[in-house]
Design a protein around this ligand. Structure first.
Ligand code: SF4
Length: 151
């Protein structure tokens, strides 16, 4: 299961298959990570510094984090894609097609000027999360998305 949690400043990625429930995150930042709550991650009211420390000390690599750099990422079901915007400008996109076996991500692209900001990963996770919630299998012919899925 892949989940993406965002607030105004940061986005936190969680890959449940890697999590071995060491609870380091829970100890370091209980405001954001609470296994008795659903969803168990809520970064809205937690200090960014505390979330960042908890994520960086996750021993499994299940948690990763990036700053948003004012870029928003949204899921566009009708367009079979996720889209990244900086203000009104579209700066990235990840596309999938629906097949009888599930969704196939075939393209991920972020404008070169915005590379290295974790935007492509946010785009892929936005699709993975929606697929997970619908119990739809996802594979990727896009090499970047394939790497994220199988990291
Ligand atoms: S610290 Fe990492 S491995 Fe441990 S519970 Fe949190 S996400 Fe899972």
């Amino acid at each position: 299961m892949h989940r993406l949690y965002s607030n105004n400043d940061i986005s936190v990625f969680w890959d449940s298959e890697k999590c071995f429930h060491a609870k380091r995150c829970v100890t370091l930042c209980p405001e954001a990570f609470d296994i008795t709550r659903k969803p168990w991650i809520n970064i809205d009211d937690a200090p960014t510094a505390n979330v960042w420390k908890a994520v960086s000390e996750c021993p499994s690599g299940a948690l990763t984090i990036t700053y948003n750099h004012d870029v928003t990422v949204s899921f566009d079901e009708r367009g079979c894609r996720s889209v990244a915007h900086l203000g009104d400008e579209k700066i990235g996109e990840c596309d999938y097609e629906e097949t009888g076996d599930g969704w196939v991500i075939y393209h991920t692209e972020v404008d070169e000027a915005y590379g290295g900001q974790g935007i492509a990963k946010r785009l892929v996770y936005a699709i993975l999360e929606q697929a997970d919630k619908r119990k739809i299998k996802v594979v990727a012919t896009c090499s970047y998305a394939h790497k994220v899925i199988n990291a």
